[in-house]
Design a binder for this molecule. Structure first.
Ligand SMILES: [Zn+2]
Length: 284
């Protein structure tokens, strides 16, 4: 098989249907892949069944289809990948860099956001329920973000993070890292709300001997009232019978001006214009 230079992905959690902000990040990831003649995959991150909303996966896929964001290959479902996560977890424990943590929510709250490593030096597995954390506080992670620029994170400031939960579910950070490596993802374009997840994932990549993809974190729309976009377009569920105007608004957020040379009622024509614009103007 011919080697691909670019393999991207959109990886939503089925905790609800896509809103305007997530459409913008899906679009950025899609356009970047297509502008580079790359592949673009969809991965449903359903590792957290308690937070999952019934029918959300199907609704997300329907939005992508309606907005013309067609993906390559088969959809990956994280619920099919538990064996791989378990294997990665065992490797990390085997290396002695992952340890059980029995701290209660209450104990953790005392320390604010940074876990102080309380359980780090336990010599054997506890009898009570435990989460598993990665011991990473001596590491410094640096990477170049294509939008946000040079990033440097001192892991001591983030604290040892959870890779397997007390309720026996795998944590987001572990599942994402294992799957990006397994799928051979080369470029990740996602919302800037995940910027501080990236050093954690790079940390895991180092310990699992996985390559580090290129990262680009798109600014997310956090303040509905503060944004220039009308409240209508920010409605929780995206319009399904007339996607073109919303698609154009999403492109405006990405600083892609759709002019009147484009057939503005045709989603595919709009996307073709946007891909062309992106490939000649670069990212944002
Ligand atoms: Zn602990």
């Amino acid at each position: 098989m011919e080697a691909t230079l670019y393999r991207g992905r959109f990886a939503p959690s089925p905790t609800g249907s896509l809103h305007f902000g997530s459409l913008v990040t899906a679009l950025a990831s899609y356009l970047d892949a297509r502008a580079c003649n790359g592949e673009w995959y969809v991965r449903i991150e359903d590792v957290d069944p308690p937070r999952e909303r019934r029918g959300a996966s199907r609704a997300i896929l329907k939005v992508l289809e309606t907005y013309g964001l067609t993906w390559d290959g088969e959809i990956i479902w994280q619920h099919d990948r538990y064996d791989a996560y378990r294997e990665a977890l065992e490797r990390l424990r085997g290396q002695g860099i992952a340890y059980p943590c029995t701290c209660s929510r209450k104990e953790l709250a005392k320390h604010g956001h940074v876990y102080p490593g309380t359980c780090r030096y336990r010599t054997k597995d506890p009898d009570s329920l435990f989460a598993i954390r990665l011991n990473c506080d001596t590491e410094v992670i640096e990477f170049n973000d294509r939008i946000q620029g040079r990033q440097r994170f001192d892991m001591a400031e983030l604290g040892d993070f959870i890779i397997a939960r007390k309720d026996k579910l795998f944590a987001y950070q572990l599942a994402v890292t294992v799957d990006d490596a397994w799928q051979g993802i080369t470029h990740i374009v996602r919302g800037s709300d995940l910027l501080d997840s990236t050093p954690r994932q790079i940390c895991l990549q180092r310990h699992l001997n996985s390559p580090t993809p290129s990262y680009a974190h798109v600014p997310v729309i956090t303040n509905l009232d503060g944004s220039k976009l009308s409240k209508q377009t920010m409605a929780p569920a995206l319009q399904m019978n007339n996607p073109a105007p919303i698609l154009i608004k999403a492109l405006q957020v990405l600083k892609i001006p759709v002019d009147d040379t484009v057939e503005i009622t045709n989603v595919n024509a709009i996307l073709a214009f946007a891909i062309h614009y992106w490939s000649s103007n670069g990212l944002m």
